[in-house]
Design a protein around this ligand. Structure first.
Ligand SMILES: Nc1ncnc2c1ncn2[C@@H]1O[C@H](COP(=O)(O)OP(=O)(O)O)[C@@H](O)[C@H]1O
Ligand SMILES: [Mg+2]
Length: 542
């Protein structure tokens, strides 16, 4: 079972606590089961209980003990389950963060998010079920067999056989379910992608007034899902029927056998107390276990999908680079997945602290080139080198510590202006306001009722395009790294503001290495070299 393996593997710091609570759960199961056992024991010779006060005392003691154990499992087990769910969410986030950009491009963030939510929520409830249902079931089943064997080895043996068949049938059916659940998963992924895509672009739907387009698109995916859900539920009800028929068979035949023995005078009728209660307990367990089992089977497919997404195909080396002189990209041919067009970079070189401009029409591969430089995308052919060391051999840390990509699409976080710029570091408001003065944001920021505490909204929706672009730029510059890759950094600015921003860039990039994609003549002037992207080829301009 992938899901169980996954749980055991990921328990980490919760492992010890988990096992303690699990053992307590088993104990609780034992104590609960001892109540019908006691009743049965004391009524063995006669159904008129002789030792009334003793039996009552034992029953009350067992009940109170069981209550205390259950309180413990509720109190600590449920809390642990919740903590574990959150812990898993964070763990998945870190895994996602570690994925190379080339992998991120090919996954839909909404789908991954819902997959992660599904898995973590299910595991949260699974952990609690382990304490509450699994643990009880283990002790109940064990005691059931011990006490049955005491009365009749034959019955114990027979019950063991039927319950083993039960397990085998369950496993067999779970294998049959995999393709159905997988198919449902694919359909569900399709629905989620569309759903999340439209949800996060609700304003675009409104701007274009395309309600029926969006609804039809979603309805279509919903229909696909319904069909698949019906198939799966059909399967689950059949499975439920087969398993419960097996269980019923055991129950009825055992009871009949005991009744026969009692009628022959070979057994005391008190055995019926034990069996009827024990069977009720076991039946409850089996039902809940069967439900958990069903969810576990579905979980296996979710985990598999998530595993496929989070499989890190990173080709990162371990060469550390303390200092460097030049970056060279040579004989590179790059093809995006599912496209035929090649982007060619025959010979590109930038020395440390140089500024290079890239110009060229839209779609010529400028952004792709920046992504290759940043080691986000990996060319199928050619060399990417830092001082003759291949990108493939270089430790990813070099890029993390030294490179900032300021992309064309501005995406601010839904936090305050200040936090968007400071990003966790200790930078005073005065410094921010000084920068604001340089890029013509000061007057605007001063007028904001909440000033730097203004929350910018999802993706910075509460700011104008030009404001967003400047905040995005400042955010990058304030990071103060070595290598800047700027993709059309002033495209949304008017001439006067652009002039100010160029001055700001000139000053702040003077001792940096920068590659700037731009069409602005003034920006070209701060560059040492110019490359042109033409016919999907990046060539030096003389
Ligand atoms: N993730 C992608 N998958 C497939 N094709 C892509 C992807 N990103 C860009 N392209 C294609 O690569 C070409 C170059 O795109 P891009 O580098 O963004 O150009 P530019 O920045 O010069 O406008 C375009 O034809 C574009 O459609
Ligand atoms: Mg571009």
């Amino acid at each position: 079972m992938n899901a169980i393996k996954f749980l055991v593997k990921n328990l980490d710091k919760y492992r010890f606590k988990f096992f303690v609570i699990f053992i307590i759960g088993i104990f609780d199961g034992v104590v609960g089961f001892l109540i019908p056992v006691t009743l049965s024991e004391f009524t063995k010779t006669s159904l008129v209980i002789v030792n009334f006060s003793k039996v009552v005392a034992i029953i009350i003691a067992l009940y109170v003990f069981s209550l205390i154990l259950q309180w413990f499992v509720r109190r600590y087990g449920e809390a642990l389950a919740m903590q574990f769910g959150i812990y898993l969410k964070v763990k998945f986030f870190k895994k996602l963060e570690a994925l190379p950009v080339s992998q991120h491009i090919n996954i839909h963030s909404g789908y991954v998010l819902s997959l992660i939510s599904k898995v973590t929520d299910e595991f949260q409830s699974l952990v609690f079920s382990v304490f509450w249902v699994f643990a009880h079931s283990i002790s109940h089943l064990l005691l059931f067999f011990i006490f049955t064997a005491r009365e009749s080895l034959l019955v114990a043996f027979y019950n063991t056989i039927i319950l083993s068949i039960f397990v085998v049938v369950s496993i067999f059916l779970s294998k049959k379910m995999i393709p159905i659940a997988k198919e449902l998963n694919i359909k569900r992924a399709g629905l989620l992608e569309t759903y999340v895509d439209f949800m996060t672009n609700m304003l675009t739907i409104k701007k274009l007034n395309i309600y029926s387009f969006a609804e039809n698109k979603i309805d279509q995916k919903v229909e696909d899902n319904y069909i698949q859900i019906q198939k799966l539920q059909n399967f689950h009800s059949n499975r439920w029927f087969i398993l419960h028929a097996l269980f019923g068979l055991t129950f009825v035949s055992t009871i009949c056998y005991f009744l026969y023995q009692i009628s022959q005078g070979d057994l005391s009728p008190s055995i019926l107390i034990l069996f009827v209660v024990a069977y009720a307990i076991i039946k409850g367990n089996v039902e809940r276990l069967s439900e958990i089992f069903k969810r576990l089977m579905e979980m296996n497919t979710y985990i598999k999908s998530l595993d496929d997404i989070l499989k890190n195909n990173k080709l990162s080396g371990d060469r550390k680079i303390a200092d460097w002189q030049a970056i060279k990209i040579a004989d590179v041919k790059f093809r995006h997945k599912e496209t035929e067009k090649e982007i060619i970079i025959p010979d590109f070189k930038i020395n440390k602290r140089e500024k290079v401009c890239i110009i060229g029409k839209s779609g010529e591969g400028k952004t792709t080139f920046l992504n290759i430089l940043a080691n986000f995308l990996h060319p199928q052919e050619g060399k990417c080198l830092i001082d003759n060391i291949s990108y493939k051999d270089i430790n990813q840390d070099f890029f993390i510590k030294n490179v900032v990509v300021i992309s064309q699409e501005v995406e601010l976080f839904n936090i305050s202006l200040r936090e968007n710029i400071v990003l966790g570091r200790d930078i005073g408001d005065e410094k921010i306001f000084n920068i604001f003065k340089e890029v013509d944001l000061y007057n605007w920021a001063k007028m904001l009722p909440k000033g730097l505490d203004t929350i910018v909204g999802e993706k910075g929706i509460k700011l104008s395009a030009g404001q967003k672009q400047r905040i995005n730029l400042i955010r990058g510059i304030v990071l103060d790294r070595e290598i800047y890759l700027l993709d059309e950094p002033i495209s949304h600015l008017d001439k006067k503001t652009a002039g100010k921003v160029i001055e700001f860039l000139k000053k702040n990039l003077s001792n940096k290495t920068a590659i700037i994609v731009t069409h602005h003549e003034v920006l070209k002037k701060i560059c040492d070299k110019i490359y042109v992207a033409e016919n999907n080829k990046l060539i030096k301009s003389f």
